[in-house]
Design a protein around this ligand. Structure first.
Ligand SMILES: Nc1ncnc2c1ncn2[C@@H]1O[C@H](COP(=O)(O)OP(=O)(O)OP(=O)(O)O)[C@@H](O)[C@H]1O
Ligand SMILES: [Mg+2]
Length: 176
């Protein structure tokens, strides 16, 4: 069966040939245009997936598959530098992503790229006029500390589990 990830806003299907299809739900149709705008604007920086095809009729976009969510195994050594550069590009382009979390940071061959611009905004621009003012994060820079914390927590869990020979009781004993 085709692998898929469903959220309130969309369903992401993993197709053959490294292609991802993102289908927006009916009530979120406007976000599709939004996403297209930012993917086009940022493509020249090589920090977002390539937009391969747009199918407005079926509320879908086809994207290049840009890897897996960042984790302690695939995180490149220079993940922080890469993320800081990406945030600088956002700043220069006056873009706020506004929904940056682990799910939006993907890694392929040590290269970090960002997805999901459905909630993004260009500061003082009409592209953002139809956006609700609420966003999960008002400052994209929170993500550096967040990833740092997440990767460390993963490493700690991994260390605990391997040190205790996968015995979950031992792991709990050493945490509690
Ligand atoms: N281009 C891509 N390459 C690889 N995986 C992807 C790609 N786009 C999406 N994914 C996977 O699908 C998941 C959901 O994608 P995305 O965040 O774009 O959708 P969403 O969360 O439904 O969007 P929204 O925030 O608008 O609800 C991502 O966390 C990622 O695992
Ligand atoms: Mg998302």
């Amino acid at each position: 069966m085709l692998k898929k990830i469903k959220s309130d806003t969309s369903t992401v299907f993993f197709l053959d040939k490294n292609i991802v299809k993102k289908v927006y739900s009916k009530k979120n149709f406007k976000k599709l245009e939004h996403e297209i705008y930012f993917l086009n604007k940022l493509y020249k920086y090589n920090i977002v997936p390539k937009l391969l095809k747009i199918d407005y009729k079926n509320r879908s976009i086809y994207l290049e598959n840009i890897g897996e969510r960042i984790n302690s195994k695939n995180a490149p050594r220079d993940w922080k530098e890469q993320l800081i550069k990406i945030l600088d590009i956002f700043k220069n382009e006056r873009i706020q992503h506004r929904d940056l979390k682990i799910d939006e940071i993907l890694v392929c061959k040590s290269k970090i790229k960002i997805i999901d611009f459905a909630e993004s905004k260009v500061i003082n621009s009409e592209i953002s006029n139809n956006l609700s003012t609420k966003s999960r994060f008002s400052d994209d820079r929170h993500i550096i500390e967040f990833v740092d914390f997440f990767l460390n927590a993963l490493l700690q869990c991994y260390f605990l589990i391997t040190r205790t020979e996968y015995n979950i009781n031992n792991v709990l004993m050493s945490v509690l």
